[in-house]
Ligand binder design. Structure first.
Ligand SMILES: [Zn+2]
Length: 411
């Protein structure tokens, strides 16, 4: 089987290369440094014996493991992203390896008193006795999603070295800029040529996801009128008070801090205000498409009501859809989820099938014609200094990939 050392060395080789993406950049990849890892991955794919290894001008990488059976098998794909989140620095990552984790506090950084503790992160206790890879407390780790890349490459290498395992054509895709919402934008689904794919970008071992939010962003602009405060009676319109009415008219309990599971929300992300002008930035999220549309309607109605109340257009609301629930695209081909579930069961992994309270590259890809559920990559506490990944989970994810390839060839 795949050795721990192979996984650890490969993973560390990736996370020590800084690939932080940048939402303010207009280029693809958004940061030049993402090429450093991208080029290394291309070399590695060639070295392990993958075919048709390509990298395009936007750093999207694709490769093929050709079928080793004579009967027809659907071409499937595995996808992950090599950028890391701009939420926290990914420069000079210095991974710590904790062998046989004892279930106690892990001191990440003695000097700065940064501790990874199961008192706060209970999930740690799931991995007692296992090998954990953590940060040194000063950076993120980048298991999101370099764990996914490590698993896909390790699985391909394993299948190449073990031709007795029968599989169809397997396509591999690595993307830049997922963390800034652009991982799927320039993904050439036609060139990829798979019937379906899986993103290896989930967290805890067992996670299998094919439902995500429907998502929109709203910008509410309120116009006021500035007059000298001493002479303002009957003349001044303070846009901040109107904005406040708008905020208070939305249900206070339908917010991220009061919802879970399948409950949707309005999230006020930012307020910028002065007397003359106030802008509110919202995001709207709901798994149910009908409820999602209704939420957008609520905002539009509220806007119209406030305008009629003030007798002129004091407020305008611009709403833009961002992505949709992949469930709509995956349910008609539900066997692709069943295969992943079966692979986990065969390997003794308990599948955790739940709705994502967010989006993935897969949700966009699903609407671009490539149905794409999400599978665990093993890491926890993404986008921050407490990020960690159990090596055993990475090995299991690698096995899941091989097993999915095997089961698909049997159908
Ligand atoms: Zn990710």
């Amino acid at each position: 089987m795949i050795s721990k050392e192979t996984i650890i060395n490969r993973f560390i080789g990736y996370v020590t290369i800084d690939t932080e993406s940048d939402p303010t950049s207009n280029t693809t990849p958004s940061t030049e440094k993402q090429w450093n890892l991208a080029n290394k991955l291309v070399d590695e794919l060639k070295t392990i014996g993958m075919e048709d290894v390509t990298i395009d001008e936007n750093a999207y990488i694709m490769a093929t493991l050709p079928s080793n059976v004579s009967h027809e098998v659907p071409t499937i794909g595995f996808i992950s992203h090599f950028d890391t989140s701009p939420d926290f620095t990914g420069a000079n990552v210095n991974p710590q390896i904790i062998e046989e984790y004892d279930g106690k506090d892990i001191v990440l950084n003695e000097a700065e008193d940064i501790v990874l503790s199961p008192d706060y992160f209970e999930d740690l206790l799931l991995y007692k006795g296992q090998t954990l890879i953590t940060t040194d407390g000063t950076t993120l780790l980048g298991a999101d999603d370099k764990a996914g890349i490590c698993e896909i490459i390790s699985a391909m290498e394993y299948l190449i070295k073990n031709p007795q395992i029968k599989h169809g054509n397997i396509r591999v895709g690595f993307t830049p800029d997922e963390e800034i919402g652009r991982g799927a934008h320039k993904f050439d689904v036609e060139k990829f040529g798979a019937e379906w794919a899986y993103t290896m970008d989930g967290s805890q071992i067992g996670e299998l996801e094919y439902e995500n939010f429907n998502a929109a962003g709203a910008v509410v602009t309120v116009k006021g009128k500035i007059v000298h405060p001493g002479y303002a009676k009957g003349k001044m319109i303070n846009s901040m008070y109107i904005a406040q009415e708008f905020i208070n008219s939305l249900p206070r309990l339908e917010t991220p801090e009061h919802t879970s599971g399948y409950e949707g929300f309005f999230h006020l992300c930012a307020i910028k205000g002065e007397v003359e002008k106030t802008t509110l930035e919202y995001i709207i999220r709901d798994h149910d498409r009908g409820h999602f549309e209704a939420r957008k309607e609520v905002m539009k109605k509220l806007t119209a009501e406030l305008n009629s109340q003030y007798g002129r257009e004091v407020i305008s609301t611009e709403i833009k859809d961002q992505y949709y629930n992949m469930k709509e695209k995956v349910e008609p081909v539900m066997h692709i989820v069943d295969i992943a579930e079966q692979a986990m069961l065969d390997l003794g992994i308990k599948p955790l099938i739940k709705a994502i309270r967010g989006g993935t590259d897969g949700s966009q890809l699903s609407y671009m014609g490539l149905p794409c559920p999400n599978i665990f990559a093993g890491g926890h506490n993404f986008h921050g200094r407490y990020e960690y990944v159990p090596v055993e989970s990475m090995i299991k994810a690698t096995q899941v990939i091989c097993k999915i390839a095997e089961i698909t060839a049997q159908v």
